[in-house]
Design a protein around this ligand. Structure first.
Ligand code: ADP
Ligand code: MG
Length: 247
């Protein structure tokens, strides 16, 4: 579904991404781990089109993504979660997701009076929110929702675009342990054909989620394999040795 080949990005003298290759099959549950500064977020930014690579290729279902802008890649099926933008804070979850669905459908809307959406979008939005565990919060005000629920809403917003690949960059950052468990319950139940690339520091969550793991160090892939192979790899242990994220 997603094929990344020999992708490179330099920031001045810093090789932030060094010839990274990665393949996600439909339905992949792939984790990207590595120490702080390894280049994980940079890789996500290259995939989404927020950064342009210096070299290498990115294809989604065979389509070259590199010439496409970020919104075109999103429309092609490459989604990431963003922190809820300020526009949505005054909305309810139902309104936010319904607007995202209306946007996907190319329905014209104006910035003001923006809360109007069709019944079909409303129904689909309610079902999506139900699926992420926000079914009893359809009409809450987003700005007043706890942080953990806002993270769930961000997942629903990403899903509203009907993506083929979902990129999750530390989705549980800053939420309580309990909210983070709930978030991962939801992530585990996402559609089986959706390919997911997850960046996560908590190794218990990584090993619970991932079917394959890539380890990024200094911008390059140190190794890639099954969770059992990664856990047993002495080079990976060395990278994490003495770190609080020890595998
Ligand atoms: N826009 C940028 N300009 C210059 N350096 C950057 C930029 N973004 C990230 N970096 C550097 O690239 C390296 C990788 O950063 P990042 O991708 O955020 O790592 P990670 O997400 O793995 O912690 C770091 O050394 C960081 O300081
Ligand atoms: Mg990061």
């Amino acid at each position: 579904m997603l094929e990344v080949s020999q992708l490179s990005k330099n920031f001045g003298a810093l090789a932030a991404t060094q010839s990274v290759s990665l393949k996600l099959a439909p339905g992949a549950r792939h984790a990207l781990i590595g120490p702080n500064g390894a280049g994980k977020t940079t890789l996500i930014n290259l995939l989404t089109g927020n950064l342009r690579p210096d070299a290498g290729s990115i294809t989604l279902a065979g389509e070259d993504m590199v010439p496409l802008k970020a919104h075109q890649r999103a429309r092609a099926g490459l989604a990431r979660t963003y922190q809820i933008n300020s526009l949505f804070l005054e909305f309810t979850p139902l309104e936010s997701v319904a607007v995202a669905i209306a946007q996907r459908e190319g329905q014209a809307f104006r910035l003001f009076g923006f809360r109007k959406f069709g019944a079909a979008a409303g129904e689909e939005a309610a079902a999506l929110l139900e699926a992420v565990g926000l079914g009893s919060h359809l009409h809450d005000r987003v700005s007043l929702m706890p942080y953990g629920q806002q993270r769930l809403l961000e997942v629903a917003l990403a899903l509203a675009g009907k993506p083929k690949v979902l990129l999750l960059d530390e989705p549980a950052a800053g939420v309580s342990n309990e909210a983070s468990r709930r978030l991962f319950d939801v992530i585990e139940k996402l559609p089986a054909d959706l390919a997911i690339l997850l960046i996560e520091h908590d190794m218990r969550l990584v090993f619970r989620f991932a079917h394959r793991i890539s380890v990024l160090v200094g911008g390059a892939v140190l190794t890639e394999g099954l969770p059992s192979e990664i856990a047993a790899d002495p080079r990976v242990r060395e990278v994490y040795l003495g770190s609080r994220h020890a595998a």
